[in-house]
Design a protein around this ligand. Sequence first.
Ligand code: SAH
Ligand code: AVI
Length: 325
Amino acid sequence: MLKQEIEDGQASLADPAFRADVLNGLALRPRAIPARWFYDRRGSELFEDITALPEYYPTRTETAILRRIGSDLAEAVGPARAVIEFGSGSSVKTPLLLGAIDPAAYVPVDISGDFLRESAARIAAQFPGVAVVPVEGDFTRPLRLPRGVAAIPKLGFFPGSTIGNLLAAPAVDLLRSMRESLGEGALLLIGIDRVKSLDVLVPAYDDAAGVTAAFNLNLLARINRELAGTIPIDAFVHRARWNDDGARIEMHLEATRDVEFTVDGRPFSIPAGETIHTENSHKYGPRDARLLLRGGGWTPLHEWTDPDDHFALILAEAQAERRAP
Ligand code: SAH
Ligand code: AVI
């Protein structure tokens, strides 16, 4: 093993869950790898570049809503909560929330560890009165919150419409497990992207500068690096398409010629024109979003959108435990 690889920890420390998802996903028909594996350091950086693209409306739209609703949030949420942010990434929207509600603690949760710790350090410096405790991990698994926040009322923060990257059943499961881990009396502020014109939706996932293509293709580079893959990356192209039945943008990597390669010693072949499905990004109508939340154990209280109704931020409260039918 090369010295650099040992220092990076990449050849030896491949996540067994990543390995399993890639090997199983490449054997599936249609081939599919879960989108959470986009986010190594490079993937997290590329996602940040996406958020600044003219075509990618979600980030600037949600940020503008957050900026506008600070006093509504302060009133509805109140001070001294522990804010638990799921898929916090660079935490760029977070100061707008923390500045508005005066919380006691901030717990960002993300699978992209280095990125998470750097973002958490920036927030800690900006909000010296707030206890900041980053938790690295997969938010779809049972979440162990820091002991120090156990007795503090929680506000879950799940911006970016990351919920849209899950199919309906796992999305409901995730909302239910958030309800479980945040506890009685918790609130959830969640960003949900709306169904809209394909003239807006498709370019947001297939930008002219090719940044989303680079984000998608980086998954293959990560497989080659961390799982001893031999995938010829130049034989794949980025595809983004609307699946109307599923109400989602799908991202795929399409083979432009017949390819053969190995991953962790296992052989795979993909004929020209076939794809690896790498991401779903579901879009929700207003009623769909509220129904999703109710199904996940949350009752919507307030909803804020932008003037074009492109994106919604919904504040919901944890449903009381039902002990009878
Ligand atoms: N919340 C930010 C970032 C969204 S990008 C925003 O609104 O702009 C999605 C983020 O979720 C990334 O930082 C990614 O690393 C993280 N993520 C994706 N799937 C995850 C999972 N299963 N568990 C934990 N973090 C995840
Ligand atoms: C993080 N997530 C909500 C983004 C989305 O819009 O589905 C990820 C993304 N994929 C391509 N562009 C951005």
